[in-house]
Design a protein around this ligand. Structure first.
Ligand code: GTP
Ligand code: MG
Length: 143
């Protein structure tokens, strides 16, 4: 079971669709959603401290947490060391690398600031770049 966490509009739902080869356009996530092998979360939960407990408790249902960082929105939205709050391993994913103005290196810096260690995965849900690598990693971890 994989849980996705990250700010509003970071591309969590789109990434789930890309991992499942589902070409539907992502709609706004308004509550924590359990699917067969993924847990999708609303970005608001990662941006408002009063929801942090809900995220941490929900993560107990997951094997791994994917922390999603938008390569085009590099504002600091997560507190330093945010990843340490989770009772599961946290893996960093940079999204939207296809988009104009995407800055992968700065996005990786944001993930490090949130307390996540390399390796990071850089993906595009639009053109599929990096999705196979992430899938292979997750398959190897048997999540
Ligand atoms: N260019 C580009 N845009 C993307 C990509 N992934 C998502 N987007 C766009 O980013 C916006 C937000 O995507 P979502 O997948 O809904 O983001 P989210 O993290 O699930 O957002 P919340 O549900 O609000 O927390 C949408 O307009 C997507 O079309 C990508 O790989 N490349
Ligand atoms: Mg969503």
């Amino acid at each position: 079971m994989i849980m996705l966490v990250g700010p509003v509009g970071a591309g969590k739902t789109s990434l789930i669709h890309a991992l499942k080869h589902d070409c539907r356009k992502a709609a706004k996530t308004s509550s924590i959603c359990f699917h067969d092998d993924t847990i999708d979360t609303p970005g608001e939960y990662a941006q408002m401290p009063r929801f942090y407990n809900a995220l941490a408790v929900t993560a107990t249902n997951a094997d791994i947490v994917l922390m999603v960082q938008d390569a085009t929105d590099l504002r600091i939205t997560l507190p330093p060391g945010f990843a340490a709050m989770f009772p599961r391993p946290v893996v960093g994913v940079v999204t939207k690398i296809d988009a104009p103005g995407a800055d992968q290196e700065k996005a990786k810096l944001r993930l490090r600031q949130a307390g996540i260690k390399e390796p990071f995965f850089c993906v595009s849900a639009y053109d599929g770049t990096g999705v196979a690598e992430l899938t292979a990693y997750l398959t190897g971890k048997e999540v």
